[in-house]
Design a protein around this ligand. Sequence first.
Ligand SMILES: [Mn+2]
Length: 308
Amino acid sequence: MSLARADASTSTATAWMLGLPCDLGLAQRGSADFDRWWPAFEHPPAETGPSVETAGLLPAPPRLTDESALRPPYYLHEILAYSKRVRARCAAALNAGRRPLCIGGDHSISIGPIRAAADFAHAAGRPLSILWLDSHADMNTSHTSPSGMVHGKALAAVLGLEPLLDDGPTPPTLAAGAARVAIVGTQSIDPLERANLRHPGIRETSLNEIRRVGWAETLAQTLDHLEPHRRLVYLSCDLDVIDPAQAGGVNTPCESGLTLTEVLEATRALLATGSVVGGDVVEFNPHTDTAGRTLACLRQIASALGST
Ligand SMILES: [Mn+2]
């Protein structure tokens, strides 16, 4: 694949927006009902910009009628099957010169688009970085997860550390610490999960650390680690990274968080490097949203991610 083709699917490429209403990655329902809000994304107001192409919704497998017998690993097989379909759709979009933008769903939906972006980066001869904006690290595996729920294993699965979620060969750009990963805004990491953060290439910045060094310095250090001048970068935004006063309509809110403005600054700073190969905004739960505030955050971040 030529470098010119790789450039076509970075920040300057047309964003290709796919709705992924899925809540199989956790016990709580709600994120799958995002499909009711999809029309507002499919027919966006002018501020979303004319460059966003909408690819429609890809419905997740249904939940079982009787969930009383459910135990970890919950819907792992269904999520894996769904993830493979998402990966294939995103791979086709990337190869057509589009920049995937996946919205809605719990964080398990990020596995497919990131692994597709990693395949694409490998073919383009570029290493990959991931910016993971999240109050949680999502680095649990079956050995460390207290709940067993897949949305808390999403980043581990992306990096090929959770064999049960192996959706195909781990791209060389993700294997053996090849990727640079910045997890930014953490407030809650499970005790055993912390050991998984010692994986090479991972830099974790807690909310406490951010408030100590300041947001501008955090952003500068994060961009330094992600090396967008030589790497393609994927941005995954879990809405629970935002303070619940602004975005409480999420599945696992924490006490505090970044401001929406800070998240938008990070998004725009990354896009300005011209190296963004894809992105997602996840964990919106309409059932716990108040006055559409979280939906408004989702729209603004998606809009920023979709702009060229
Ligand atoms: Mn998450």
